[in-house]
Design a protein around this ligand. Structure first.
Ligand code: XMP
Length: 530
């Protein structure tokens, strides 16, 4: 997922002079981003570049170290992704992980033999050369997460064995003079419990990086760079109230104050009190110029009579662009449009061997605004991961309610109000949803889950309330845990909590006489019902 038409980002960019960094060359591993995050957890800036980035480009960037990621290919494949051999001549330390080791062997005079199929599994590592800087402070036996695929059968020239494992006599290798290292296992995954320390040893002890990458430093630097780029011009930002646009708004406001105008569109599909909270936090507390566009009637009018989920989405998407465009015209002339794009959306994925990680979530990404809107883009979060954005938000003084918001789909409650969306049904859904959120928070569960919300089903059934027979709607409660939204498990909430939610909804929300709990994981279900 490349972000289109992105000019030079405002951010302490990779090429900032003096910025210590580690470059990760991506050979298509599903764990490449995890490696980048582990390095950043060491307070060292890291960026992911394509596997074939020219050595001359790397020489310009002057990284303190290079990590070759794993990948699904075999160095024997005709179309195997290979690095520029010049990277081995730069005099920069290199750590090859998994496929990365095979590259070291392939280019530096070792031998690799094809295995049957790549499999993963727990293994035990025996360190033979405890003096190796990578293993400083670590025990001589370590639990690791192996990857069984192609195997190294002869050491590359100048390398020595550092550690062995049951499936490899060359589980860890080192070229002491050149400071090249190879690990047959994955230090970045949680199944290698002390893998973080290994990576920390690489970045600090081998590459000599300090701990400069903190969100406080980032904040100062980003503010300066935004000021330098924006000058006296004006910036517009579409504020959704979600984590990313909120942090972007607070950051830009810190940098350019009233030159920033945030546009907040109420599409009539927001949750209870959402427009109020956004106005309170950004308008009154931060004193950000906020242009509130209440387009709820227009959206709801266009959705009248529509039941097909895809059509609903299309109508909402089109209407949003229209409304936002009109709002930018009303906001007056501005040169810049800011967006809360994050690093995972920017990384050029390497689609090798059908790696699913490279196909993540394209259907949820808003297609972007039309080209006729001639703004220069500012994306001040472009090199940050989500957890870093939250830390930055904290440094900027944003409240926890905003920073730990659960994901909420762009088409809003329309995907949770099945069948036709009407103001009456939305009112019921909002009230039920507010009860779910309130009880989840009260029980201490809300921030432990990925998403917790109510869905209004287009199903009416018979019930009895008081002495009266009713024929009312059904609410489904959906609570899931997930790492990234790609897969999810339903959360086994305590019965007492479920009971409170159900009792309150049927007592307090008129029009609902039945509450069901969704016990479907993803797959086979999706998180939203649509
Ligand atoms: P599904 O329903 O596909 O959702 O399992 C996965 C995650 O994506 C969120 N989602 C959306 N996010 N725009 C968004 O920004 C959308 O149109 C959209 N649809 C689903 C969903 O809430 C879940 O976190």
């Amino acid at each position: 997922m490349k972000s289109q038409n992105a000019p030079s980002p405002v951010a302490p960019a990779a090429s900032s002079p003096g910025q210590e960094q580690i470059v990760i060359l991506d050979f298509g591993s599903q764990y490449t981003q995890v490696i980048a995050r582990r390095v950043r957890e060491c307070q060292v800036y890291s960026q992911i570049l394509r596997f074939d980035t020219p050595a001359t480009r790397l020489a310009e960037l002057r990284p303190k170290g290079i990590i070759l990621s794993g990948g699904p290919a075999s160095v024997y494949d005709a179309d195997a992704p290979l690095p520029d051999p010049g990277i081995f001549e730069l005099g920069i330390p290199i750590l090859g992980i998994c496929y990365g080791v095979q590259l070291l062997a392939h280019f530096l005079g070792g031998r690799v033999e094809p295995g049957q199929q790549r499999e993963y599994g727990k293994g035990t590592l025996h360190v033979k050369r405890p003096g190796c800087a990578l293993f400083a402070g670590l025990p001589r036996r370590l639990q690791v997460w192996n990857s069984h695929g192609d195997r190294l059968t002869r050491l590359p020239r100048g390398f020595v064995v550092v550690a062995t494992s049951e499936n490899s006599p060359y589980a860890a290798i080192e070229h002491p003079h050149k400071r090249f290292f190879g690990l047959q296992f994955h230090p970045e995954v949680v199944h290698t419990p002390r893998g973080r320390e290994l990576l920390a040893n690489f970045v600090h002890k081998v590459c000599g990086c300090g701990r400069q990458w903190t969100m406080r430093n980032y904040l100062e630097q980003a503010v300066e760079e935004i000021r330098a780029r924006v000058g006296q011009e004006r910036v517009l930002l579409g504020l959704s109230g979600g984590v990313d646009s909120s942090v972007a708004a607070a950051l830009l406001h810190r940098a350019v104050g009233d030159q920033l105008t945030c546009i907040f569109v109420n599409n009539g599909l927001l949750r209870a009190r959402e427009p109020e909270v956004v106005q309170e936090v950004f308008g009154r507390h931060f004193q950000i110029r906020l242009q509130y566009e209440d387009a709820s009637e227009l959206f709801l009018r266009r959705l009248r009579g529509v039941t097909d989920p895809e059509r609903k989405r299309k109508i909402i998407g089109r209407t949003f662009i229209e409304v936002f465009e009109a709002a930018t015209r009303r906001a007056g002339p501005a040169r810049f449009l800011a967006q809360g794009t994050l690093y995972p959306d920017v990384i050029e994925s390497v689609p090798i061997g059908g790696n699913p990680a490279s196909l993540i979530k394209s259907h949820h990404n808003v297609g972007g605004l039309p080209r006729r809107m001639r703004f220069e883009l500012i994306e001040p979060l472009r090199c940050l991961f989500k957890d870093e954005v939250r830390k930055l938000g904290r440094a900027l003084g944003l409240p926890r309610e905003i920073l730990w918001r659960q994901p909420f789909p762009g088409p809003g409650l329309a995907v949770r109000c099945l069948g036709e969306v009407t103001p009456e049904k939305l009112a019921i859904l909002r009230q039920a949803d507010a009860i779910v959120v309130e009880e989840m928070k009260r029980g201490g569960w809300y921030y432990k889950t990925w998403q917790a919300f109510a869905v209004l089903l287009p199903v009416r059934s018979v019930g009895v309330q008081g002495d009266e027979r009713t024929y009312d709607w059904t609410v489904a409660v959906r609570v899931v845990e997930s790492q990234d939204g790609m897969t999810a498990d339903w959360v086994k909430l305590p019965y007492a909590l479920l009971e409170r939610i159900s009792t309150r909804i049927t007592n307090e929300v008129r029009g609902v006489n039945r509450v069901v709990f969704d016990i479907t994981s993803k797959p086979p279900g999706t998180i939203e019902w649509e």
